[in-house]
Design a protein around this ligand. Structure first.
Ligand code: PA5
Length: 427
């Protein structure tokens, strides 16, 4: 389903530099649950073990929101946000609120502390039939908790307690936390983030699946894509693409490539890259180690970051994500006068032109000293999204173990919270 190409790193690394022995041993550690962070491995078999009853409830709730809501606000941050937004933007569109013909307008909030952002979303949903999904595993994260307080108050004021109860859905821990307590007391419908799945590995739980279902995405297809990729990414062989990716990036890291640029083909994939950054940054950036995850939108960012990638400090490696086919086909028209001189591409479609651009970029970056892997998927559909999620998650676990860190904790994230809560005077 996904193809990883290493041609663009071969001039930088001898084949023996890829330590497949260590990568496969890390994969075995992951599968046997004998490594660091092994109480957070629920995601490994999730595409086949997910709770079918809860999945049916997600589909039912998603359908209800799709049919009844005019606006749907998703509240969450980090792992409780990025995956859902990645799915919506890839599978529908970053502009889906304007382009939609049915279903609710979807807004993400609680992913920062901006008075302007939250005021604007409140203004946009006012007077519309509104549903809210608040997502927080701990139930105590300040950003979503603040946003939930504001939207809950708005819903209760607008629809009364009973009306708010029909419109609030909570995705949180099975038993613990402030949000779970509120949901139980108020009788809100709840969805469970399994204990053994950490935030950044939770997109295939209700965290990602409920917003997807409410936005009209076929989540059965997403899970089918993830399951197919799981079979490939858990195979103990050197052809396993997650093993190849992990081995290659660790080999490049050892030769001083400390920043990985995930380049991606346009706005639809922007939040996929944001999700990827969290996955790899939080998993590997610890103990003074780790590749810094950065991203580059093709071709837009070549007009901003392109100079550095081509010619700046040679600490970069690149992973170029491409789709062989777009969802829609656009052909360049032939114009008799040809005043803009573009008839040389007349009759060719955008995918063909993008493929030439991507190959040109790849060759330029390689000749500029940036090893460049390719990750090619067929098209941006539900199965591909599920496959990409699983591919990257598996590779991240393998790569983290190769690097010698616990890829499933995030102790550094707590530091800013401690300072912030002290400054805010929390008891
Ligand atoms: O990956 C993580 O664990 C974090 O990014 C969390 O998802 C994020 O901090 C949100 O936490 P919570 O879901 O507890 O509100």
């Amino acid at each position: 389903m996904l193809k990883i190409g290493l041609d663009g790193i071969r001039t930088f690394l001898p084949p023996e530099a890829l330590d497949f022995g260590a990568a496969l041993s890390s994969l075995r550690t992951l599968k046997s649950g004998t490594g660091a962070g092994n109480d957070y491995l629920g995601w490994v078999r999730l595409p086949e073990t997910y709770d079918r009853d809860e999945f049916s409830r997600i589909i039912a709730a998603g359908r209800r929101i799709w049919e009844q809501a005019e606006a749907f606000v998703v509240i969450g941050i980090g792992g409780s946000y990025l995956g859902a937004r990645a799915a919506l933007e890839l599978l529908r569109s970053p502009r889906c609120n304007e382009a939609k013909t049915s279903g609710p307008a979807v807004y993400f909030i609680g992913n920062g502390i901006s008075a302007d952002d939250i005021s604007e979303v409140l203004d946009l949903v006012r007077g519309k039939n509104l549903y809210v999904n608040v997502i927080s595993k701990s139930g105590t994260t300040l950003e979503p908790a603040l946003a939930f307080r504001i939207f809950r108050e708005y819903l209760e004021h607008t629809y009364g307690k009973d009306g708010a109860r029909e419109r609030i859905l909570c995705t949180t821990d099975r038993a613990r936390g402030v949000l779970k307590g509120i949901a139980d007391r108020e009788g809100y419908e709840t969805f469970v983030i399994p204990d053994d799945v950490g935030g950044r590995y939770s997109v295939l739980t209700p965290v990602g699946l409920l917003p997807m279902a409410a936005a009209g995405i076929d989540i059965s297809r997403v899970m089918a894509g993830a399951a197919a990729q799981m079979a490939e990414s858990l195979a103990e062989c050197e052809e396993n693409p997650s093993v190849v990716y992990a081995a290659a990036r660790q080999a490049l890291y050892r030769m001083g490539k400390k920043v990985e640029v995930l380049s991606y083909p346009g706005e639809n994939s922007r939040f996929l890259a944001e999700w990827w950054k969290q996955l790899y940054g939080e998993s590997e950036g610890k103990d003074g180690l780790g590749i810094f995850p950065a991203s580059c939108e093709l071709t837009a960012d070549l007009h901003s970051l392109g100079q550095y990638i081509q010619d700046g400090e040679r600490i970069l490696l690149e992973t170029m994500l491409r789709f062989a086919h777009s969802r829609r086909r656009v052909e360049v028209p032939r114009v008799e006068a040809d005043e803009d001189g573009l008839n040389y591409v007349a009759g060719r479609d955008y995918d063909e032109i993008f493929a030439c651009a991507a190959e040109g970029i790849r060759r330029a970056h390689i000749s500029g000293g940036v090893p460049c892997m390719e990750l090619v998927a067929d098209r941006p559909d539900e199965e591909t999204f599920g496959a990409l999620v699983y591919f990257f998650e598996a590779a991240c676990g393998i790569s983290g173990y190769m690097q010698g860190v616990n890829p499933f904790d995030q102790p550094g994230v707590e530091e800013y919270k401690k300072n912030m809560f002290a400054l805010l005077g929390r008891n």
